[in-house]
Design a protein around this ligand. Structure first.
Ligand code: EPZ
Length: 422
């Protein structure tokens, strides 16, 4: 990871052409964790080439699994898994490594992980993960940031009511419950498409899961799982980012290899902004508007509401609208860090607590800015594509966690964009 790399954009070119969406990071990560359940082999297709995926593969290898990778196909054999501890550096490298916990306690009777601390989105507690796993029979001792977990008599099914539909907690419960003794019922479960994808993978291996994607999910524990091949779903946030970029430049772009149903709450926002879209089975044609209209109220919510991950790229689009748009961020406390950077480029945005008021400006101007987090970083690229003059975006490691060579995708659509070294 080279912290001195930058993306340099000469803004103002319309995007034109066709671009494909890669596999979903937030689906690949829990599936990779699931590959260590029960031993056997998983062949994962459409697995995105991202630094977060590299970190997950490294964790699997440290635990003793054999992993090979060819392009977007990753093959994991977990027969040889021996280790019960993820080193602290790896836990810190990727906060979502907590999703390994549910799979590890299914396989081993003792597991030790260090607590992933806060992150750039504010404090991200794991209380729901812990209390749920306790209900399934895991003993958790937490001291000085270390989680010592033990399973004395094997995992058992339980009724779990989540006070908030946490994506990660729902994934951890699924991973721990598929081989537990008896039935698990998850109420107020997260309904994100990535949950359905994880359940699809586990089902392909022989798990019995009912109603994944609904608010109450049932899991009937099975004794063993078998090997399977599975294809990761398209990344709906990458799709939303490409659509925002096409729209802000007034371009005409086919975004392919996506699932429009996963974008149900995002597409109406583009429509209100004046975009014209043709929605096909697995692709969307986006025609950016001559004049971007404001969107009165965008509230981020658990699925099927508007995704918090799409908030920043869509905000970049609306900085150039002809009026005032309002965002309310209800999922994460600290998810407006990109606002200061967008304002450096000439945007007019005021935030107070959960609310951001975006007054459209006539132009954005190229500036030197820093990616503050993954989606915030992508928003700066979207803004840079439409800004007058040169934008330089630093701290690219944030963006590389979730976008496969974002600059190449936009360059292929006609943007003047490149990555520069130190
Ligand atoms: C997943 O994070 C995604 N990450 C996030 O994407 C995404 O923003 C988020 O879901 C919401 O959709 C992965 O899938 C790897 P949550 P996760 O548990 O599972 C609170 C990206 O950019 N909470 O649904 O961590 C929490 O603090 C990333 O790709 C608790 O209070 O999300 C937050 O406010 C960023 N206690 C809210 O719930 C808990 O035990 C939502 O978190 C767990 C969560």
């Amino acid at each position: 990871m080279d912290h001195m790399e930058r993306i340099v954009i000469e803004g103002g070119r319309r995007l034109n052409g066709e671009t494909a969406v890669h596999g979903a990071k937030n689906s690949a990560l829990p599936i990779l964790a699931g590959s260590l359940l029960a031993g056997g082999e998983t062949v994962l297709y459409n697995c995105p080439r991202l630094s977060d995926v590299d970190a997950a593969i490294e964790i699997l290898q440290v635990l003793g699994c054999k992993v090979t990778r060819e392009g977007t196909t990753v093959t994991i054999n977990s027969d040889t898994m021996t280790q019960n501890e993820i080193p602290e550096e790896l836990m810190h490298e990727m906060r979502s490594s907590i999703v390994f916990l549910g799979a590890m306690v299914s396989r081993l009777s003792k597991v030790r992980l260090s607590f992933p601390g806060g992150c750039e989105l504010g404090p991200r507690p794991i209380d729901l993960h812990i209390s749920s796993l306790q209900k399934l029979g895991v003993r958790v001792d937490e001291q000085h940031g270390i989680l010592d977990c033990s399973v004395e008599k094997g995992l058992h099914g339980a009724k779990i009511m989540l006070s908030f539909p946490s994506v990660g907690a729902t994934e951890n419960i699924l991973l721990a419950a598929v081989m537990a003794d008896g039935v698990t019922e998850i109420r107020n479960a997260a309904q994100e498409p990535e949950i359905v994808d994880l359940a699809g993978y586990l089902t392909a291996r022989g798990a019995k899961i009912k109603d994944a994607g609904k608010s109450t999910v049932y899991v009937e524990g099975v004794k063993t799982l078998h090997s399977a091949a599975y294809t990761v779903m398209p990344d709906r946030i990458v799709a939303a980012t490409y659509l925002s970029a096409a729209a802000i430049t007034g371009g005409k772009v086919w975004v392919t290899d996506l699932n429009p149903a996963d974008l149900e709450s995002v597409l109406p926002v583009f429509e209100q902004a004046g975009c014209r879209m043709k929605i096909m089975r697995d692709c969307i044609f986006m025609e950016g508007p001559g004049m971007i209209h404001p969107v009165r109220n965008i509230r981020t919510l658990p699925y099927p509401g508007f995704p918090t991950d799409a908030q920043a790229p869509v905000m970049a689009l609306l900085t150039l609208s002809s009026g005032t748009s309002v965002f309310v961020e209800t999922i994460f406390e600290n998810r407006y860090k990109h606002v200061v950077e967008l304002c450096r480029m000439g945007a007019d945005i005021k935030t107070e607590g959960q609310v951001a008021v975006v007054r459209g400006v006539k132009k954005l101007y190229g500036a030197n800015v820093q990616a503050t987090d993954l989606r915030g970083g992508a928003a700066l690229v979207v803004a840079g594509l439409a800004a007058e003059g040169t934008s330089r975006i630093g701290q690219l490691y944030h963006i590389d966690r979730g976008y496969e060579s974002i600059e190449q995708a936009f360059a292929a659509l006609g943007a003047d964009i490149r990555r520069e070294g130190t």
